[in-house]
Every structure is written in C-alpha cells, then in structure tokens.
Design a protein around this ligand. Structure first.
Ligand code: ADP
Ligand code: C5P
Ligand code: MG
Length: 231
C-alpha cells in the first residue's frame, strides 16, 4: 500500500511547462529512466506524501518524530529547512529571516524548492512534509511542481491558548517564539489554514486530530491512520 505503482511522468506532463522543466531538473526521481528501452520506466516508485498541518505549537514536529520511529517516514520540516537556509547564509537567508520574524509566509517557490531538494536527497519513498502547506499558494505551488497531491493530510487541531503556552515553553532559541510574533503567526494561521483544511476535507484526505492531551495520547490517535495503510 505504501508504494504506489503509478509513474510520475504522466503526471508531470500535465504540469505547466516552465515549472515542469524546473521540477524535472530538481527532482531526480523523474530523471532516473532506464536508457536501454524505448519505454521509459522510472527507477523509483512515486513517493507517498503526507502533509502535516497545525498551528504553531500544535505538536506537529513532536508527532512527526513518533511517526518516523513507528512507520519509517522521512521527516521534512518546512520551517527547519528555512531555518537551515538562514544559517547557511544563502542568497535567500536575509529575506527568510525577516519573513519568519514577522510570522509571515515565505514565497512558495523558495520553500517548495527546498522541500524538493530534500526529497531528492532521500532514498526513502515515504515523506512527512511538516508545516506545509501554510497557504493556498503553498499548496498550488507544490502540486504544480511535483505534479501530484498528498496521499494523506494530518491536521493537529489545538486551542490557541494551548499553542501559545507550548510555544512560549519551547525554549529552542527561535526568533519567532516570542509573544508578539506568536500573535502574528496565529493571525496568519487563522487566515490561511482553513481553505487548505476545507480543500483536503472535500477530497477525503484530511484527518483532523484533537491535539490536546499527552504526546502519547495524541500519537494513539495518529497510529491507526498509518497502521491501516501499511496492511
Ligand atoms: P509544532 O512543530 O507544531 O510547532 P512542536 O512539536 O515543536 O510543535 O511542539 C511545541 C512545544 O510543545 C514543544 O516544546 C513540545 O515539546 C511541546 N509539546 C508537543 N506536544 C505536546 C503535548 N501533547 N503536550 C504538551 N506539550 C507538547
Ligand atoms: O513550522 P514552523 O513553526 O517551524 O515555521 C516557522 C516559520 O517558518 C513560520 O511561522 C513561517 O514564517 C515560516 N514558514 C513558511 N512557510 C512554510 C513553513 C514555515 O513561511 N510552509
Ligand atoms: Mg515544528
């Protein structure tokens, strides 16, 4: 069930040409064709993609670590990739830093390219894309570049008060874990998250998980979703 047999190439051919070209050069999965045959066959199965949604401090990263341990996914945190980009003094670093300080959303092209590079570098075919999509623009950019939709979408639903408490206690030295930025992040979340939740609900992919309780209690709600898929 994990390994979908569908080739990615037909999906790509429906993408817009400019983005398609960019994706094809970025994502080697699509380039790994056999050379001795007329019929092109991708050497890797299409990835199994899980998007992980939830407000700041809802426990996305914490639950992703448990899913990795139990089900062997590769964890790709959009926020971690952006922070890594800042730390590496890349061309986009300064813009990303100021965007994160303001609690706003980094342009989708930047984030999607970082996610793609991470997927490309992995031998795994099961991915948890954490903190993504954060906006409709994020969602559309990913689907256009990848040419595929996620298989599963988790949404950790947590009351604001609990999220604020957790973020203020996180203590990881993040520039955005302060009360002013948290307020802005919550506003952005409230404005942009619901269209994504509605979109994937309509497509029957969304699993809404009440994110209040202990880490283990919440994971016991997550586990059956993946256990059913691995049968
Ligand atoms: P997110 O990735 O959604 O921003 P994290 O997983 O980083 O959230 O969790 C935010 C903070 O809350 C961390 O310090 C984490 O240890 C803590 N935390 C995560 N899940 C729970 C929980 N169920 N109950 C209490 N604290 C939690
Ligand atoms: O998910 P995380 O809390 O690590 O995200 C931190 C910040 O990174 C967000 O508040 C936002 O500024 C930025 N981000 C983004 N686009 C994403 C994920 C994170 O702009 N898809
Ligand atoms: Mg996180």
């Amino acid at each position: 069930m994990w390994r979908r047999v569908a080739s990615l190439s037909p999906l790509i051919s429906h993408s817009k040409p400019s983005i398609h070209n960019q994706a094809a050069s970025t994502f080697k999965i699509w380039e790994s064709f056999t050379s001795q045959s007329e019929t092109v066959t991708p050497s890797k199965a299409a990835p199994f993609i899980t998007f992980v949604l939830g407000g700041p401090g809802s426990g996305k990263g914490t639950q992703c670590a448990k899913i990795v341990e139990a089900f062997g996914f590769t964890h790709v945190s959009a926020g971690d990739l952006l922070r890594r980009e800042i730390a590496s003094n890349s061309a986009y670093g300064a813009v990303i830093l100021s965007t994160i300080r303001e609690g706003k959303i980094v342009p989708s092209q930047v984030t999607v390219q970082l996610i793609l590079k991470e997927m490309e570098a992995s031998d795994n075919c099961k991915f948890l894309i954490d903190g993504f999509p954060r906006s409709e623009e994020n969602r559309k950019a990913f689907e256009e570049v990848i040419g595929a939709e996620p298989d599963v979408v988790l949404f950790f639903d947590c009351p604001e008060q609990e999220m604020v408490k957790r973020v203020l206690n996180r203590n990881q030295g993040r520039v955005d874990d302060n009360i002013e930025t948290i307020k802005k992040r919550l506003e952005v979340f409230d404005e942009l998250n619901w269209p994504i939740v509605n979109y994937y609900t309509q497509r029957g992919k969304l699993h809404r998980i009440n994110a209040v309780g202990t880490v283990d209690e919440i994971f016991e709600k997550v586990r059956p979703i993946f256990a059913a898929l691995s049968k």
